[in-house]
Design a protein around this ligand. Structure first.
Ligand code: GAR
Length: 198
């Protein structure tokens, strides 16, 4: 029995594409739905081209009403029987209620070696700080931004002639490998923890 995995995006969808492709191989997960918070996200077409049901829940239509935004997300997630959610470039902070609801079944990827460089502009900040390496982290989501138990990390060197863009690309190349592998291991362990009659 495969685990239904929903993916939430806001942008290009590079991680999302690789997660979906990974799940098309021999994998304990099955992509059940992709939801974008951004109607312009390039990832929407990419998901549709991979035959995944896609939805737009435009964050801007909800103003400051985060509860209504998340209720709409949950309505779609439940309708598609999502069991695990992967945030893949989903650029919103989720409420404590949402995080509690999906407790221990909500994963995120962040382009730094957490706990270093939480938040935005990670590559620019890493270069400016004179770091010799950075990387990417997959972690369980908790109510605090880019926090939560770390499930996997990849170290990536920062070269002396790196720009934000060259570094972003090198880290992203590593993100897509890390996220697919971590999701696989996470789902294998998760299935072992489920009650036998589940
Ligand atoms: C990725 O680099 C991801 O790590 C980052 O957004 C990018 C999305 O790219 N996420 C965060 O910064 C979350 N804090 P993609 O849409 O091409 O996968």
């Amino acid at each position: 029995m495969k685990t239904n995995v929903a993916i939430l995006i806001s942008g290009t969808g590079t991680n999302m594409v690789e997660l979906i492709k990974g799940m098309k191989e021999d994998h304990p997960g099955k992509p059940c739905v992709v939801v974008s918070s951004n109607p312009e996200a390039a990832g929407i077409t990419k998901a549709a081209n991979l035959d995944i049901k896609t939805y737009i829940v435009n964050k801007n239509n909800f103003g400051s009403d985060k509860r209504a935004f998340e209720e709409k997300l949950n309505e779609i997630l439940f309708r598609h029987e999502a069991e695990v959610i992967c945030l893949a470039g989903f650029m919103h902070i989720l409420s404590d209620d949402f995080v509690s609801l999906w407790n221990k079944n909500l994963l995120n990827i962040h382009p730094s070696l957490l706990p270093k460089f939480k938040g935005l502009n990670t590559h620019k900040r890493a270069i400016e700080a004179g770091e010799k390496e950075t990387g990417c982290t997959v972690h369980l989501v908790t109510p605090n931004l880019d926090d939560g138990p770390i499930l996997g990390q990849t170290r990536v060197p920062i070269l002396c002639d790196d720009t934000t863009e060259t570094l972003r690309k090198r880290v992203l190349d590593n993100e897509i490998i890390l996220y697919t592998n971590v999701l696989r291991e996470f789902l294998i362990e998760r299935i072992k923890m489920l009650p036998l009659n589940n």
